[in-house]
Design a protein around this ligand. Structure first.
Ligand code: PLP
Length: 519
Protein backbone atom coordinates (compact mmCIF):
# COMPACT_ATOMS: atom_id res chain seq x y z
CA UNK A 1 0.00 0.00 0.00
CA UNK A 2 0.99 3.64 -0.29
CA UNK A 3 3.67 4.69 2.18
CA UNK A 4 3.10 7.92 4.06
CA UNK A 5 5.95 10.35 4.21
CA UNK A 6 6.53 11.88 7.59
CA UNK A 7 7.26 15.42 6.57
CA UNK A 8 9.83 16.96 8.90
CA UNK A 9 9.41 14.52 11.79
CA UNK A 10 10.29 16.60 14.88
CA UNK A 11 13.10 15.53 17.17
CA UNK A 12 13.18 16.42 20.85
CA UNK A 13 16.01 18.83 21.65
CA UNK A 14 18.73 17.64 24.04
CA UNK A 15 17.81 18.21 27.69
CA UNK A 16 14.08 18.75 27.09
CA UNK A 17 11.78 16.38 28.95
CA UNK A 18 9.48 14.23 26.86
CA UNK A 19 6.80 14.55 29.51
CA UNK A 20 3.83 16.26 27.89
CA UNK A 21 3.47 19.89 28.83
CA UNK A 22 0.39 20.58 30.97
CA UNK A 23 -2.67 20.99 28.80
CA UNK A 24 -3.18 24.69 28.14
CA UNK A 25 -6.47 26.33 29.07
CA UNK A 26 -9.13 26.32 26.43
CA UNK A 27 -8.22 29.85 25.40
CA UNK A 28 -11.77 30.79 24.53
CA UNK A 29 -11.76 34.08 26.43
CA UNK A 30 -11.94 37.59 25.06
CA UNK A 31 -10.97 38.77 21.60
CA UNK A 32 -14.53 38.19 20.54
CA UNK A 33 -14.89 40.66 17.71
CA UNK A 34 -18.31 42.03 17.01
CA UNK A 35 -18.98 42.26 13.31
CA UNK A 36 -21.83 43.86 11.37
CA UNK A 37 -22.83 42.75 7.90
CA UNK A 38 -20.64 44.04 5.11
CA UNK A 39 -23.51 46.25 3.89
CA UNK A 40 -23.73 47.83 7.32
CA UNK A 41 -20.06 48.75 7.43
CA UNK A 42 -20.83 51.88 5.46
CA UNK A 43 -17.99 51.85 2.93
CA UNK A 44 -19.17 52.70 -0.56
CA UNK A 45 -16.28 54.65 -2.03
CA UNK A 46 -13.17 52.53 -1.79
CA UNK A 47 -11.83 49.55 -3.64
CA UNK A 48 -8.91 47.14 -3.51
CA UNK A 49 -5.99 47.24 -5.94
CA UNK A 50 -5.13 44.73 -8.61
CA UNK A 51 -3.38 44.66 -11.96
CA UNK A 52 -5.64 45.27 -14.90
CA UNK A 53 -6.92 42.13 -16.51
CA UNK A 54 -5.43 41.47 -19.97
CA UNK A 55 -8.93 41.62 -21.29
CA UNK A 56 -9.65 44.72 -19.23
CA UNK A 57 -9.83 47.19 -22.09
CA UNK A 58 -11.75 44.89 -24.42
CA UNK A 59 -14.34 46.63 -26.54
CA UNK A 60 -17.70 46.07 -24.84
CA UNK A 61 -19.72 48.08 -27.32
CA UNK A 62 -21.11 44.96 -28.96
CA UNK A 63 -23.10 43.80 -25.93
CA UNK A 64 -26.32 44.40 -27.86
CA UNK A 65 -27.49 47.08 -25.47
CA UNK A 66 -27.00 44.90 -22.39
CA UNK A 67 -24.22 47.02 -20.91
CA UNK A 68 -25.15 48.03 -17.35
CA UNK A 69 -26.25 51.66 -17.08
CA UNK A 70 -26.41 51.99 -13.29
CA UNK A 71 -23.58 50.89 -10.98
CA UNK A 72 -24.23 47.77 -8.88
CA UNK A 73 -24.51 48.87 -5.26
CA UNK A 74 -21.77 46.70 -3.83
CA UNK A 75 -19.95 47.76 -0.69
CA UNK A 76 -16.65 49.52 -1.31
CA UNK A 77 -14.09 48.67 1.34
CA UNK A 78 -10.33 48.84 1.40
CA UNK A 79 -8.36 45.60 1.24
CA UNK A 80 -7.56 45.46 4.99
CA UNK A 81 -11.16 46.29 5.88
CA UNK A 82 -12.35 43.51 3.63
CA UNK A 83 -9.82 40.99 4.96
CA UNK A 84 -10.69 41.78 8.56
CA UNK A 85 -14.39 41.58 7.89
CA UNK A 86 -14.16 38.04 6.55
CA UNK A 87 -11.61 36.84 9.08
CA UNK A 88 -13.79 38.14 11.94
CA UNK A 89 -16.82 36.43 10.45
CA UNK A 90 -14.87 33.17 10.18
CA UNK A 91 -14.12 33.39 13.90
CA UNK A 92 -17.75 33.60 14.93
CA UNK A 93 -18.17 29.89 14.51
CA UNK A 94 -16.57 26.93 16.11
CA UNK A 95 -14.56 24.85 13.65
CA UNK A 96 -12.88 21.48 13.63
CA UNK A 97 -9.61 23.35 12.99
CA UNK A 98 -10.08 25.16 16.32
CA UNK A 99 -10.79 22.42 18.85
CA UNK A 100 -12.49 19.09 19.41
CA UNK A 101 -16.02 19.09 17.99
CA UNK A 102 -17.88 16.37 19.89
CA UNK A 103 -21.16 16.48 17.97
CA UNK A 104 -22.45 12.90 18.25
CA UNK A 105 -23.48 11.09 15.05
CA UNK A 106 -21.86 13.83 12.93
CA UNK A 107 -18.28 12.45 12.99
CA UNK A 108 -16.50 15.78 13.03
CA UNK A 109 -13.03 14.49 12.29
CA UNK A 110 -9.97 16.33 11.08
CA UNK A 111 -9.87 16.93 7.32
CA UNK A 112 -6.32 15.93 6.34
CA UNK A 113 -4.53 18.61 4.30
CA UNK A 114 -3.13 15.89 2.07
CA UNK A 115 -6.69 15.44 0.76
CA UNK A 116 -6.90 19.16 0.04
CA UNK A 117 -3.62 19.06 -1.85
CA UNK A 118 -4.90 16.22 -4.03
CA UNK A 119 -8.25 17.91 -4.70
CA UNK A 120 -6.44 21.05 -5.89
CA UNK A 121 -4.44 19.23 -8.58
CA UNK A 122 -5.41 21.02 -11.81
CA UNK A 123 -6.37 17.73 -13.49
CA UNK A 124 -9.14 17.35 -10.92
CA UNK A 125 -10.02 20.92 -9.99
CA UNK A 126 -10.08 22.49 -13.47
CA UNK A 127 -12.32 20.05 -15.30
CA UNK A 128 -15.94 20.52 -16.30
CA UNK A 129 -18.74 17.94 -16.39
CA UNK A 130 -19.57 18.81 -19.99
CA UNK A 131 -16.05 18.09 -21.27
CA UNK A 132 -15.78 15.25 -23.79
CA UNK A 133 -15.33 11.97 -21.93
CA UNK A 134 -12.05 11.32 -23.76
CA UNK A 135 -10.52 14.36 -21.97
CA UNK A 136 -11.53 13.32 -18.42
CA UNK A 137 -10.38 9.73 -18.39
CA UNK A 138 -8.33 10.27 -15.22
CA UNK A 139 -11.35 11.62 -13.34
CA UNK A 140 -13.44 8.64 -14.44
CA UNK A 141 -10.63 6.29 -13.43
CA UNK A 142 -10.66 7.92 -10.00
CA UNK A 143 -14.44 7.47 -9.70
CA UNK A 144 -13.99 3.84 -10.72
CA UNK A 145 -11.27 3.33 -8.12
CA UNK A 146 -13.33 5.02 -5.40
CA UNK A 147 -16.26 2.74 -6.31
CA UNK A 148 -13.96 -0.24 -6.04
CA UNK A 149 -12.88 0.77 -2.52
CA UNK A 150 -16.45 1.43 -1.38
CA UNK A 151 -17.64 -1.91 -2.75
CA UNK A 152 -14.70 -3.80 -1.27
CA UNK A 153 -14.97 -2.20 2.17
CA UNK A 154 -18.71 -2.87 2.35
CA UNK A 155 -18.78 -6.23 0.58
CA UNK A 156 -21.48 -4.94 -1.78
CA UNK A 157 -21.56 -5.45 -5.58
CA UNK A 158 -22.67 -1.99 -6.73
CA UNK A 159 -22.47 1.65 -5.74
CA UNK A 160 -24.22 4.85 -6.84
CA UNK A 161 -21.82 7.75 -6.36
CA UNK A 162 -24.00 10.72 -7.23
CA UNK A 163 -26.09 11.36 -4.06
CA UNK A 164 -24.96 14.61 -2.44
CA UNK A 165 -25.32 13.76 1.25
CA UNK A 166 -26.37 11.03 3.62
CA UNK A 167 -30.02 12.04 3.47
CA UNK A 168 -29.86 12.16 -0.34
CA UNK A 169 -28.32 8.68 -0.28
CA UNK A 170 -31.25 7.48 1.81
CA UNK A 171 -33.61 8.86 -0.82
CA UNK A 172 -31.61 7.12 -3.54
CA UNK A 173 -31.74 3.81 -1.64
CA UNK A 174 -35.47 4.01 -0.95
CA UNK A 175 -36.27 5.02 -4.54
CA UNK A 176 -34.25 2.01 -5.74
CA UNK A 177 -36.20 -0.18 -3.31
CA UNK A 178 -39.48 1.25 -4.56
CA UNK A 179 -38.42 0.68 -8.18
CA UNK A 180 -37.49 -2.93 -7.37
CA UNK A 181 -40.87 -3.62 -5.77
CA UNK A 182 -42.72 -1.88 -8.60
CA UNK A 183 -40.82 -3.89 -11.20
CA UNK A 184 -42.45 -6.97 -9.64
CA UNK A 185 -45.85 -5.29 -9.54
CA UNK A 186 -45.69 -5.19 -5.73
CA UNK A 187 -46.94 -1.85 -4.42
CA UNK A 188 -45.91 -1.99 -0.76
CA UNK A 189 -46.67 1.12 1.25
CA UNK A 190 -44.85 0.96 4.61
CA UNK A 191 -41.31 1.44 5.91
CA UNK A 192 -40.33 0.36 9.44
CA UNK A 193 -37.95 2.62 11.37
CA UNK A 194 -36.72 2.27 14.98
CA UNK A 195 -37.71 4.93 17.52
CA UNK A 196 -34.04 5.87 17.96
CA UNK A 197 -33.54 6.63 14.24
CA UNK A 198 -32.00 9.83 12.90
CA UNK A 199 -34.76 12.19 11.77
CA UNK A 200 -33.72 11.86 8.14
CA UNK A 201 -34.83 8.19 8.09
CA UNK A 202 -38.59 8.72 8.60
CA UNK A 203 -38.37 11.97 6.60
CA UNK A 204 -36.83 10.13 3.65
CA UNK A 205 -39.35 7.32 3.82
CA UNK A 206 -42.18 9.88 3.76
CA UNK A 207 -40.52 11.76 0.88
CA UNK A 208 -40.31 8.51 -1.07
CA UNK A 209 -44.07 8.09 -0.61
CA UNK A 210 -44.14 5.60 2.26
CA UNK A 211 -46.05 5.50 5.53
CA UNK A 212 -43.66 5.18 8.48
CA UNK A 213 -44.16 2.78 11.40
CA UNK A 214 -41.91 2.79 14.43
CA UNK A 215 -40.13 -0.28 15.81
CA UNK A 216 -39.68 -0.34 19.58
CA UNK A 217 -36.33 -0.51 21.31
CA UNK A 218 -35.18 -2.89 24.04
CA UNK A 219 -33.94 -1.70 27.44
CA UNK A 220 -30.35 -2.24 26.30
CA UNK A 221 -30.69 0.14 23.35
CA UNK A 222 -31.21 -2.26 20.43
CA UNK A 223 -34.02 -3.05 17.97
CA UNK A 224 -36.79 -5.06 19.63
CA UNK A 225 -36.86 -8.22 17.47
CA UNK A 226 -40.26 -9.35 18.69
CA UNK A 227 -41.78 -5.98 17.81
CA UNK A 228 -40.07 -6.04 14.40
CA UNK A 229 -41.37 -9.56 13.65
CA UNK A 230 -44.81 -8.43 14.73
CA UNK A 231 -44.87 -5.43 12.40
CA UNK A 232 -43.32 -7.08 9.34
CA UNK A 233 -45.90 -8.10 6.76
CA UNK A 234 -46.81 -8.04 3.07
CA UNK A 235 -47.19 -4.25 3.11
CA UNK A 236 -43.66 -3.52 4.38
CA UNK A 237 -41.31 -2.37 1.62
CA UNK A 238 -38.20 -1.84 3.74
CA UNK A 239 -36.74 -1.80 7.22
CA UNK A 240 -34.32 1.07 7.91
CA UNK A 241 -31.82 0.42 10.69
CA UNK A 242 -28.69 2.34 11.66
CA UNK A 243 -25.72 0.17 12.58
CA UNK A 244 -23.89 0.93 14.83
CA UNK A 245 -27.07 2.61 15.99
CA UNK A 246 -27.65 6.14 17.23
CA UNK A 247 -27.17 5.01 20.83
CA UNK A 248 -23.57 4.21 19.85
CA UNK A 249 -24.23 0.45 20.09
CA UNK A 250 -23.76 -2.39 17.62
CA UNK A 251 -27.03 -4.06 16.64
CA UNK A 252 -26.14 -7.51 17.97
CA UNK A 253 -29.05 -9.12 16.10
CA UNK A 254 -28.41 -7.41 12.77
CA UNK A 255 -28.27 -10.70 10.83
CA UNK A 256 -31.57 -11.81 12.32
CA UNK A 257 -33.06 -8.42 11.42
CA UNK A 258 -31.94 -9.01 7.81
CA UNK A 259 -33.30 -12.56 7.79
CA UNK A 260 -36.72 -11.56 9.14
CA UNK A 261 -36.87 -8.62 6.72
CA UNK A 262 -36.07 -10.75 3.68
CA UNK A 263 -38.45 -13.51 4.78
CA UNK A 264 -41.22 -10.89 4.69
CA UNK A 265 -40.26 -9.88 1.13
CA UNK A 266 -38.88 -6.49 2.24
CA UNK A 267 -35.45 -4.90 1.71
CA UNK A 268 -32.98 -4.08 4.45
CA UNK A 269 -31.80 -0.46 4.31
CA UNK A 270 -28.87 0.27 6.61
CA UNK A 271 -28.14 3.86 7.57
CA UNK A 272 -24.36 3.79 7.23
CA UNK A 273 -23.63 7.19 8.79
CA UNK A 274 -21.78 5.39 11.59
CA UNK A 275 -19.67 3.25 9.24
CA UNK A 276 -16.57 4.90 10.70
CA UNK A 277 -16.98 2.66 13.75
CA UNK A 278 -16.71 -0.59 11.77
CA UNK A 279 -14.89 0.20 8.52
CA UNK A 280 -12.23 -2.44 7.83
CA UNK A 281 -13.70 -4.74 10.49
CA UNK A 282 -17.23 -5.54 9.36
CA UNK A 283 -18.63 -5.69 5.82
CA UNK A 284 -22.32 -4.72 5.76
CA UNK A 285 -22.80 -6.97 2.72
CA UNK A 286 -22.02 -9.96 4.95
CA UNK A 287 -24.80 -8.88 7.31
CA UNK A 288 -27.54 -9.04 4.67
CA UNK A 289 -27.79 -5.33 3.91
CA UNK A 290 -29.48 -4.39 0.59
CA UNK A 291 -28.67 -0.67 0.50
CA UNK A 292 -26.53 1.60 2.65
CA UNK A 293 -25.39 5.19 2.25
CA UNK A 294 -21.90 6.21 3.23
CA UNK A 295 -21.34 9.82 4.29
CA UNK A 296 -17.93 10.59 2.78
CA UNK A 297 -17.82 13.64 5.10
CA UNK A 298 -18.11 11.38 8.12
CA UNK A 299 -16.28 8.11 7.56
CA UNK A 300 -13.86 9.34 4.89
CA UNK A 301 -12.88 12.76 6.29
CA UNK A 302 -14.14 15.09 3.57
CA UNK A 303 -15.22 18.50 4.93
CA UNK A 304 -18.77 18.94 6.22
CA UNK A 305 -20.28 21.79 4.23
CA UNK A 306 -23.38 23.64 5.35
CA UNK A 307 -25.66 21.17 3.61
CA UNK A 308 -23.12 20.72 0.83
CA UNK A 309 -20.89 20.18 -1.02
CA UNK A 310 -21.18 16.70 0.41
CA UNK A 311 -21.32 13.22 -1.02
CA UNK A 312 -23.35 10.25 0.17
CA UNK A 313 -22.69 7.29 -2.14
CA UNK A 314 -25.06 4.33 -1.77
CA UNK A 315 -23.87 0.75 -1.98
CA UNK A 316 -26.44 -1.68 -3.34
CA UNK A 317 -26.96 -5.46 -3.19
CA UNK A 318 -27.22 -7.56 -6.35
CA UNK A 319 -31.02 -7.39 -6.07
CA UNK A 320 -31.03 -3.58 -6.11
CA UNK A 321 -28.03 -2.93 -8.38
CA UNK A 322 -30.15 -2.82 -11.57
CA UNK A 323 -32.11 0.07 -10.06
CA UNK A 324 -29.19 2.39 -9.43
CA UNK A 325 -29.54 5.95 -10.78
CA UNK A 326 -27.59 6.92 -13.89
CA UNK A 327 -24.93 7.70 -15.03
CA UNK A 328 -22.60 4.77 -14.53
CA UNK A 329 -18.84 4.77 -15.03
CA UNK A 330 -18.04 1.70 -17.10
CA UNK A 331 -14.55 0.34 -17.90
CA UNK A 332 -14.35 -0.65 -21.55
CA UNK A 333 -12.00 -3.20 -23.08
CA UNK A 334 -8.65 -1.57 -23.65
CA UNK A 335 -8.75 0.41 -20.41
CA UNK A 336 -10.85 3.41 -21.46
CA UNK A 337 -13.76 4.58 -19.31
CA UNK A 338 -17.21 5.52 -20.51
CA UNK A 339 -20.04 7.36 -18.79
CA UNK A 340 -23.10 5.37 -19.59
CA UNK A 341 -26.37 7.31 -19.68
CA UNK A 342 -28.57 5.07 -21.77
CA UNK A 343 -30.47 2.11 -20.40
CA UNK A 344 -28.46 -1.09 -20.37
CA UNK A 345 -30.23 -4.15 -19.00
CA UNK A 346 -33.81 -4.71 -17.97
CA UNK A 347 -34.57 -2.22 -15.22
CA UNK A 348 -31.77 0.25 -15.78
CA UNK A 349 -32.50 3.92 -15.35
CA UNK A 350 -35.71 3.22 -13.44
CA UNK A 351 -34.73 6.19 -11.30
CA UNK A 352 -33.20 8.36 -13.97
CA UNK A 353 -30.76 10.85 -12.49
CA UNK A 354 -30.61 12.00 -8.90
CA UNK A 355 -28.79 15.20 -9.81
CA UNK A 356 -27.32 17.07 -12.72
CA UNK A 357 -23.91 15.74 -13.74
CA UNK A 358 -22.04 13.05 -11.83
CA UNK A 359 -21.79 14.10 -8.18
CA UNK A 360 -19.14 15.87 -6.10
CA UNK A 361 -15.80 15.31 -7.82
CA UNK A 362 -13.84 17.25 -5.19
CA UNK A 363 -15.20 14.99 -2.46
CA UNK A 364 -14.40 11.87 -4.46
CA UNK A 365 -10.76 12.97 -4.70
CA UNK A 366 -10.53 13.74 -0.97
CA UNK A 367 -12.19 10.47 0.07
CA UNK A 368 -9.98 8.36 -2.18
CA UNK A 369 -6.93 10.26 -0.92
CA UNK A 370 -7.96 9.33 2.64
CA UNK A 371 -8.41 5.68 1.65
CA UNK A 372 -5.10 5.41 -0.22
CA UNK A 373 -3.13 7.22 2.47
CA UNK A 374 -4.44 4.86 5.15
CA UNK A 375 -4.64 1.62 3.18
CA UNK A 376 -6.91 -1.21 4.25
CA UNK A 377 -5.05 -1.76 7.53
CA UNK A 378 -5.05 1.94 8.33
CA UNK A 379 -8.80 2.17 7.78
CA UNK A 380 -9.30 -0.72 10.16
CA UNK A 381 -7.30 1.22 12.72
CA UNK A 382 -9.48 4.28 12.07
CA UNK A 383 -12.47 2.28 13.32
CA UNK A 384 -10.52 0.86 16.26
CA UNK A 385 -9.25 4.28 17.35
CA UNK A 386 -12.71 5.85 16.99
CA UNK A 387 -14.11 3.18 19.33
CA UNK A 388 -11.16 3.43 21.72
CA UNK A 389 -11.48 7.21 22.00
CA UNK A 390 -15.22 7.04 22.67
CA UNK A 391 -14.72 4.44 25.37
CA UNK A 392 -11.98 6.54 26.95
CA UNK A 393 -14.45 9.42 27.22
CA UNK A 394 -17.20 7.14 28.48
CA UNK A 395 -14.90 5.79 31.19
CA UNK A 396 -13.55 9.18 32.28
CA UNK A 397 -16.92 10.97 32.33
CA UNK A 398 -18.87 8.14 33.95
CA UNK A 399 -17.50 9.13 37.37
CA UNK A 400 -19.66 12.27 37.24
CA UNK A 401 -22.25 11.72 34.50
CA UNK A 402 -24.70 8.83 33.98
CA UNK A 403 -24.11 6.72 30.85
CA UNK A 404 -27.42 5.83 29.18
CA UNK A 405 -26.28 2.23 28.68
CA UNK A 406 -23.69 1.53 31.37
CA UNK A 407 -23.22 -2.17 30.59
CA UNK A 408 -20.36 -2.99 28.27
CA UNK A 409 -18.34 -0.78 25.95
CA UNK A 410 -19.81 1.61 23.39
CA UNK A 411 -18.85 1.88 19.74
CA UNK A 412 -17.70 5.26 18.34
CA UNK A 413 -19.80 7.53 20.56
CA UNK A 414 -20.57 7.79 24.26
CA UNK A 415 -24.18 8.45 25.24
CA UNK A 416 -25.19 9.97 28.59
CA UNK A 417 -28.64 10.81 29.95
CA UNK A 418 -29.53 13.71 32.30
CA UNK A 419 -30.17 11.55 35.36
CA UNK A 420 -27.05 12.99 37.03
CA UNK A 421 -28.40 16.54 36.63
CA UNK A 422 -31.56 15.78 38.63
CA UNK A 423 -32.19 18.39 41.34
CA UNK A 424 -29.32 20.62 40.16
CA UNK A 425 -31.58 23.05 38.29
CA UNK A 426 -29.31 22.61 35.25
CA UNK A 427 -30.67 21.04 32.07
CA UNK A 428 -28.91 19.31 29.18
CA UNK A 429 -29.37 22.51 27.17
CA UNK A 430 -27.79 24.68 29.91
CA UNK A 431 -24.86 22.30 30.19
CA UNK A 432 -24.34 22.35 26.42
CA UNK A 433 -24.30 26.16 26.39
CA UNK A 434 -21.72 26.23 29.19
CA UNK A 435 -19.48 24.01 27.05
CA UNK A 436 -19.19 26.92 24.61
CA UNK A 437 -17.64 29.00 27.41
CA UNK A 438 -15.11 26.22 27.94
CA UNK A 439 -14.09 26.47 24.27
CA UNK A 440 -15.81 23.40 22.90
CA UNK A 441 -18.72 22.89 20.56
CA UNK A 442 -21.64 21.35 22.47
CA UNK A 443 -22.24 17.65 22.09
CA UNK A 444 -25.41 16.47 20.33
CA UNK A 445 -28.30 17.00 22.72
CA UNK A 446 -31.77 15.50 23.10
CA UNK A 447 -30.93 12.92 20.41
CA UNK A 448 -31.58 10.02 20.23
CA UNK A 449 -35.10 10.71 21.46
CA UNK A 450 -35.27 7.43 23.37
CA UNK A 451 -32.82 8.67 26.02
CA UNK A 452 -33.96 11.33 28.51
CA UNK A 453 -32.00 14.59 28.13
CA UNK A 454 -29.53 12.77 25.85
CA UNK A 455 -25.93 13.97 25.52
CA UNK A 456 -24.24 12.18 22.64
CA UNK A 457 -20.47 12.62 22.44
CA UNK A 458 -18.41 11.49 19.45
CA UNK A 459 -14.71 12.35 19.65
CA UNK A 460 -13.66 10.56 16.40
CA UNK A 461 -10.32 8.87 15.89
CA UNK A 462 -8.38 12.01 14.97
CA UNK A 463 -8.23 13.36 18.55
CA UNK A 464 -5.09 12.73 20.56
CA UNK A 465 -5.09 11.50 24.15
CA UNK A 466 -4.03 15.01 25.16
CA UNK A 467 -7.00 16.65 23.46
CA UNK A 468 -9.37 14.02 24.88
CA UNK A 469 -8.05 14.81 28.37
CA UNK A 470 -8.45 18.54 27.82
CA UNK A 471 -12.08 17.90 26.83
CA UNK A 472 -12.77 15.52 29.73
CA UNK A 473 -11.16 17.92 32.24
CA UNK A 474 -13.43 20.72 31.01
CA UNK A 475 -16.51 18.46 31.16
CA UNK A 476 -15.71 17.23 34.67
CA UNK A 477 -15.11 20.80 35.83
CA UNK A 478 -18.54 21.80 34.52
CA UNK A 479 -20.16 18.70 36.02
CA UNK A 480 -18.68 19.53 39.44
CA UNK A 481 -19.96 23.11 39.15
CA UNK A 482 -23.46 21.88 38.29
CA UNK A 483 -23.49 19.55 41.27
CA UNK A 484 -22.12 22.30 43.54
CA UNK A 485 -25.16 24.44 42.74
CA UNK A 486 -23.43 27.04 40.56
CA UNK A 487 -26.59 27.38 38.51
CA UNK A 488 -25.82 30.89 37.25
CA UNK A 489 -22.79 29.61 35.38
CA UNK A 490 -25.19 27.55 33.28
CA UNK A 491 -28.46 29.46 33.05
CA UNK A 492 -26.83 32.52 31.50
CA UNK A 493 -24.35 30.64 29.31
CA UNK A 494 -22.74 31.23 26.95
CA UNK A 495 -20.98 34.26 28.45
CA UNK A 496 -17.88 34.13 26.21
CA UNK A 497 -19.47 34.00 22.76
CA UNK A 498 -20.31 36.80 20.30
CA UNK A 499 -23.99 36.33 21.16
CA UNK A 500 -25.61 35.07 24.35
CA UNK A 501 -28.42 32.52 24.68
CA UNK A 502 -30.37 32.49 21.43
CA UNK A 503 -34.06 31.82 21.00
CA UNK A 504 -33.65 28.74 18.85
CA UNK A 505 -37.37 28.22 18.35
CA UNK A 506 -37.86 31.74 17.04
CA UNK A 507 -34.76 31.37 14.85
CA UNK A 508 -36.26 28.25 13.26
CA UNK A 509 -39.83 29.58 13.01
CA UNK A 510 -39.07 33.10 11.83
CA UNK A 511 -35.66 33.04 10.19
CA UNK A 512 -34.40 36.41 9.00
CA UNK A 513 -32.38 35.44 5.98
CA UNK A 514 -32.35 38.63 3.93
CA UNK A 515 -30.75 41.93 4.81
CA UNK A 516 -32.71 45.06 4.03
CA UNK A 517 -31.53 48.60 4.65
CA UNK A 518 -34.55 49.39 6.88
CA UNK A 519 -34.28 46.29 9.09
C1 PLP B 1 -25.48 12.40 9.57
C2 PLP B 1 -26.52 11.37 9.61
C3 PLP B 1 -27.48 11.26 8.60
C4 PLP B 1 -27.66 12.28 7.49
O1 PLP B 1 -26.51 12.51 6.76
P1 PLP B 1 -26.26 13.92 6.00
O2 PLP B 1 -25.01 13.66 5.26
O3 PLP B 1 -26.13 14.94 7.07
O4 PLP B 1 -27.43 14.17 5.12
C5 PLP B 1 -28.37 10.20 8.64
N1 PLP B 1 -28.33 9.32 9.65
C6 PLP B 1 -27.43 9.39 10.67
C7 PLP B 1 -27.43 8.36 11.75
C8 PLP B 1 -26.50 10.44 10.68
O5 PLP B 1 -25.62 10.53 11.67
Amino acid sequence: MTTMLNVGRPTRPEGVSDKAAPAPGTGARGLMQDEPLIFELGGWDKTGVDFADDAGDADLSDLAGLTRAEPVTLPGLSEPETMRHYVRLSQKNHAIDLALYPLGSCTMKHNPRLNEKMARLPGFSDIHPLQPVSTVQGALALMDQLSHWLKTLTGMPAVALSPKAGAHGELCGLLAIRAAHEARGDARKTVLVPTSAHGTNPATAAQAGYAVREIAQTADGRVDLADLADKLGPDVAAVMVTNPNTCGLFERDVMEIARLTHAAGAYFYCDGANFNAIVGRVRPGDLGVDAMHINLHKTFSTPHGGGGPGAGPVVLSAALAPFAPKPWVVARDGGAFALVEESEGEAAAALGRLCAFHGQMGMYVRALSYMLSHGADGLRQVAEDAVLNANYIKARLSVAMTPAFPDGPCMHEALFDDHWLEDTGVTTLDFAKAMIDAGFHPMTMYFPLVVHGAMLIEPTETESRRELDRFCDAMLDLAAAAKAGEVDRFKGAPFHAPLRRLDETLAARKPRLRWTAEA
